[in-house]
Design a protein around this ligand. Structure first.
Ligand SMILES: [Zn+2]
Length: 285
């Protein structure tokens, strides 16, 4: 939370209100979150602006992940509420490319919507709820079914970082199999019990692969979670190509540590975020 409030974005409250009014659209029904955000923005509350920016950043994250083909019609990204760590923000059930501000809903750490008002939530929101409950350090969660990553979920070929930009995916990437505890299912994480089991396998790692399904990526910020998800996919593509040529050389533990510091530095991270925002056609908030 402190990290969020320390950022300088150059956005004023007036900018944010204009942004909100644009995202609401004319004559459309207004979600409780938008009403809440408007109230915050119009109050003389210096803590409100970072929260509003975080919600807008979540919309940008949806667009980026869709633009980079990390998600397609399915997959989602969430953020822990900066003002209430026991809640998180996630879109209603909608393809990420189409997510707008007033699609955002708030959930508790059991995956229950605070004020659904008839909106349908993602069936796999329990992934987010369970990870936030298990990991106080996690501020953002991405779940995706990236086509490039899928082969590594169904073979014994381990996913390991092989390029410096992908060091952020971490040295250890466990593979979780829903069948182990739940038997035959539709492969989706639909209960908190399944979510908690997944979070236990994730442990303190950054990425987790899900057998025959996809992946979960976590971060201490939206930007870090999104960039890690993007570069998990890049790494998967490079690794697949490299294996057709010979035996790939993974980064060493020391290289992973040093390259992660470099990739998430105050210079590189905003540069990457701005780049991916521009590619997705969204304001680099
Ligand atoms: Zn899924």
């Amino acid at each position: 939370m402190a990290q969020t409030k320390q950022r300088s974005h150059g956005y004023s409250r007036r900018d944010m209100l204009a942004c909100l009014s644009l995202s609401m659209g004319a004559g459309l029904s207004v979600s409780p979150l938008v009403v809440f955000a408007q109230q915050l923005a119009t109050q003389n509350n210096s803590g409100a602006l970072p929260q509003l920016l975080e919600f807008q950043r979540l919309v940008a994250a949806n667009r980026i992940l869709a633009n980079e083909n990390v998600v397609d019609a399915f997959g989602h990204v969430s953020v822990r509420n900066p003002e209430n760590p026991d809640r998180f923000i996630l879109s209603r059930a909608r393809s990420p490319a189409l997510v707008e501000f007033d699609d955002l809903m708030e959930f508790d750490l059991e995956g229950s919507a605070i004020d659904p008002r008839g909106r349908t939530a993602y069936g796999e929101r329990m992934i987010h709820a369970a990870v936030y409950a298990a990991r106080e350090d996690v501020h953002s969660v991405v779940h995706h079914h990236s086509y490039a990553v899928l082969p590594f979920t169904i073979t014994d070929v381990p996913m390991r970082p092989v390029i410096h930009t992908a060091a952020v995916i971490g040295a250890q990437i466990p593979v979780w199999d829903i069948h182990t505890e739940s038997g035959d299912t539709d492969m989706l994480v639909r209960t908190m019990e399944q979510g908690r089991n997944l979070a236990t396998t994730l442990a303190n790692n950054t990425c987790l692969l899900m057998r025959g399904h996809g992946a979960v990526v976590v971060g201490t910020s939206i930007e870090r979670a999104v960039l890690t998800a993007v570069y998990l996919q890049v790494n998967a593509n490079v690794l697949l190509q490299a294996k057709t040529l010979g035996t790939p050389i993974p980064l060493s533990e020391a290289e992973i540590k040093l390259a992660t510091e470099s990739q998430f530095s105050t210079l590189a991270l905003p540069r990457a975020w701005e780049y991916f925002c521009q590619r997705a056609g969204v304001e680099p908030i």
